[in-house]
Design a protein. Structure first.
Length: 339
């Protein structure tokens, strides 16, 4: 009976976009679904074909979030529980829901302290520069660092001078992996770290971030450390939105913490709005240091806004590896609705 009542309550909340339940949590989400034609060169091994149609769910999600005033020092308790849902087939790696950003914490005049599983400061340092986020043109195809870390603890300052925020996160390994290959699992308080300095003022955005010993893999350089792959990553991002234009760029260096592999990557993006239409383009490139592999990606697309929270879109993406001599092309048409 209790489960039925909970299902009815959640269903009623979802039916009312952005609803706040009497000082309770805000229920929110996004449905992003697209029909895509994928073409592969060289062709995959039989019986697979060199092209196919796929219905994609594109990180659709459902979540609750909120805050609660406490009786001590003007503090607030904050919380969020966000899950990915698979709109296409209802199956995400054998599950109906998979965890996205989930945390609890405190917020006050000192800033924000939170802990759980959520995007690292380096991932968030991209801002909104990635014009094809969650689609096949996502920047994760050309640069590592797009991590959502478990067991992460983060402190963020209040906005300094009304424009600068410092984010500092550390991740205890919980004695589960051997990062340095010495035969013993790491068991420190801050085995991995992610720190960013973000500047946001009017139409300008800039960020500088650095990760140490973060679990991830290089994109272009195939020389990997024997064992758990951990990277040191430095990312610089900048964007500007003068009027109806959007321009952005990201430069990144990533190297294995305990190996010789190294990637250098760059992404540039641009967009222009004409009434309800947004035209956008993006180019990304990654180059491996030891193997000279070069991976390039370019994307073109157009969004059409149907309402404040709903849009349709079409896009084209081309991803190519030079030395591996592989190429994947995607043509997609889709719809996104936020609630």
């Amino acid at each position: 009976m209790k489960k039925n009542l909970l299902a009815i309550a959640v269903g009623a909340a979802v039916a009312m976009p952005g609803v706040v339940l009497a000082d309770g949590p805000t229920v929110y989400g996004k449905v992003n679904i697209s029909l895509e034609q994928m073409s592969y060169d060289p062709s995959p091994a039989a019986p697979n074909n060199d092209d196919e149609f796929e219905l994609q769910s594109n990180a659709s999600r459902l979540g609750v979030k909120g805050d609660l005033d406490l009786d001590v020092a003007n503090l607030k308790a904050i919380y969020q529980a966000e899950f990915e849902i698979s709109v296409d087939d209802g199956d995400k790696s054998g599950q109906t829901f998979t965890q996205r950003n989930i945390f609890g914490g405190l917020q006050g005049g000192f800033g924000t302290l939170k802990a759980g599983k959520f995007d690292t400061p380096t991932k968030l340092a991209q801002g909104k520069i990635d014009q094809f986020n969650d689609l096949d043109g996502d920047i994760k195809n050309v640069m590592p660092g797009e991590n959502r870390a478990s067991n992460i603890i983060q402190y963020s300052t209040p906005k300094l001078a009304d424009m600068i925020t410092l984010n500092a996160a550390f991740i205890p390994n919980e004695d589960s992996d051997d990062f340095d290959g010495d035969g013993e699992n790491e068991n420190g308080l801050a085995d991995s770290t992610s720190i960013s300095l973000v500047l946001e003022k009017d139409m300008f955005f800039a960020a500088l971030s650095h990760d140490t010993s973060i679990e991830d893999d290089l994109v272009a350089d195939t020389q990997t450390f024997a064992g758990t792959s951990t990277l040191d990553i430095t990312r610089v991002a900048a964007g500007i939105k003068p009027g109806n234009f959007e321009l952005g760029a990201i430069y990144q260096m990533a190297e294995e913490s305990e190996g010789d592999g190294e990637d250098a990557a760059v992404v540039v993006s641009a967009a222009f709005k004409i009434d309800r239409i947004k035209l956008k383009a993006q180019y990304g490139m990654a180059e491996g240091d030891s193997n000279d592999e070069e991976i390039t990606q370019y994307s073109l697309g157009a969004d059409y806004k149907l309402a404040k929270a709903t849009k349709t879109y079409v896009y084209f993406n081309n991803l190519e590896a030079d030395i591996a001599d592989e190429e994947v092309q995607t043509i997609g048409i889709g719809m996104e609705h936020k609630f």
